[in-house]
Design a binder for this molecule. Structure first.
Ligand code: NDP
Length: 297
C-alpha cells in the first residue's frame, strides 16, 4: 500500500490537548470557562452515542458541558424556547442541537434561531455568509477538520486542484470555501456532474462527501493524490466474517490506497476531527463573546 494513512485520531488528540491548554489559559487570565450546551431530541441510538462522546470530550478539555434531553414528541415551540433560553445564558458559549430532529420540527428554523455567535456547528446562514465572504466565522466542524488534515499532511495547499464530491451545506460547500481560502483551485461535483471519474482523476486533493459506500474507485484517483474521505456508511459485514456490520467511507479504501499518496481511513480519519473542531469553535466563541482575542492554538 503506497499511500500514507492519515491518522485522524492522533491529529485530533493533539488538537484537543492544545485546546485544553487554551482553556486553562483562559481560566487563568480571564476567569472564563467556555460552556457547550448540547440538546438531544428523542432516543436515536447513534445520536445518543454522539451526544455522550461530545459531553465527555467537552469536560476533558476543561469546559463546562450542559446536556438537555427532550422527548421525541416535543413541539417545535418548546424546542425553540429551550434554544432561546440557552441564547440568553451567559455560561453557555456554544449551542448544538443534535440532528436529525423529529419531523414536527424544522431543522432550518432551529439553525436560524441559534445566535450566530453561539452557532458552534457553523450552520447559521450568517456564519455561512461570513465564510463565503472570506470573513471571520464559526465554520462547520467536519469541513474544518477535513481541511486541517489536508494542511497537516501537505503543508501549503496553494495552487492545488481540489475536487469535492458532494455539495451539502453541512459538508461539501463549507469544505469548498475553506479550501478556496487556502488558495486551492476548487471544483465542486455532485449527482449531476458529467464524467465524475475523469474529473476526480484531475484532483490533487480529492474530498468525498457523498454518502455512498466505497463509490470512489482506484481508477478515479490521480497517482499521489491526497484523498480525504468524509463518508460514514454502515454496511453488511457478514460475508467477511467481521460481525454483522462495519463502517466504510465513500472511498474504496484498499484499492485507492494503492494509488493515492495520502488517504484518510474510516473510521479514524475525519470522524475524530469533528469533535475536536467543535471544541475549538466553543473556545473561539467564548473568546469572541468576552471580547478577548482568539487564542492561537
Ligand atoms: P448529503 O446527502 O446531504 O449530500 C450528499 C451529496 O452527495 C449531495 O450533494 C449529492 O448531490 C451528492 N451525491 C449523491 N449521489 C451522488 C453521485 N452518485 N455522484 C456524485 N455526487 C453524488 O450528505 P452529507 O453532506 O450530509 O454527508 C455526506 C457523507 O458524509 C455521509 O456519508 C455522511 O454520513 C458523512 N458525514 C460525516 C461526518 C463526519 O463527522 N465524518 C459529518 C457529516 C457527514 P446532489 O446535491 O446533486 O443531490
Amino acid at each position: 500500500m503506497p499511500a500514507a494513512v492519515i491518522d485522524g485520531k492522533e491529529i485530533a488528540a493533539n488538537l484537543r490537548a492544545r485546546i485544553g491548554t487554551g482553556v486553562a489559559d483562559l481560566q487563568a487570565t480571564h476567569n472564563l470557562t467556555p460552556g457547550l450546551a448540547v440538546v438531544l431530541v428523542g432516543e436515536d441510538p447513534a445520536s445518543q452515542v454522539y451526544v455522550r462522546n461530545k459531553g465527555i470530550a467537552t469536560k476533558a478539555a476543561g469546559m463546562t458541558s450542559f446536556e438537555y434531553r427532550l422527548d421525541k414528541d416535543v413541539s417545535e415551540a418548546d424546542l425553540l424556547a429551550k434554544v432561546n433560553e440557552l441564547n440568553e445564558d451567559d455560561a453557555v458559549h456554544g449551542i448544538l442541537v443534535q440532528f436529525p430532529v423529529p419531523p414536527q420540527i424544522s431543522q432550518q428554523t432551529i439553525i436560524e434561531t441559534i445566535l450566530s455567535s453561539k452557532d458552534v456547528d457553523g450552520l447559521n446562514p450568517i456564519n455561512a455568509g461570513l465564510l463565503a465572504s472570506g470573513l471571520d466565522a464559526l465554520t462547520p466542524c467536519t469541513p474544518q477538520g477535513s481541511v486541517i488534515l489536508a494542511k497537516q499532511t501537505l503543508g501549503n495547499l496553494e495552487g492545488l486542484h481540489a475536487v469535492i464530491v458532494g455539495r451539502s451545506n453541512i459538508v461539501g460547500k463549507p469544505v469548498a470555501q475553506l479550501l478556496l481560502q487556502e488558495n486551492c483551485t476548487v471544483t465542486m461535483a455532485h449527482s449531476r456532474t458529467r464524467d465524475l471519474a475523469g474529473l476526480c482523476k484531475t484532483a490533487d486533493i480529492l474530498v468525498a462527501a457523498v454518502g455512498i459506500p466505497e463509490m470512489i474507485k482506484a481508477d478515479w484517483v490521480k497517482p499521489g493524490a491526497c484523498v480525504i474521505d468524509v463518508g460514514i456508511n454502515r454496511i453488511d459485514a457478514s460475508e467477511r466474517g467481521e460481525g454483522k456490520t462495519r463502517l466504510v467511507g465513500d472511498v474504496d479504501f484498499e484499492a485507492v490506497a494503492e494509488i493515492a499518496g495520502h488517504i484518510t481511513p474510516v473510521p479514524g480519519g475525519v470522524g475524530p476531527m469533528t469533535i475536536a473542531c467543535l471544541l475549538k469553535n466553543t473556545l473561539d466563541a467564548a473568546c469572541a463573546q468576552a471580547g478577548i482575542e482568539k487564542i492561537n492554538l
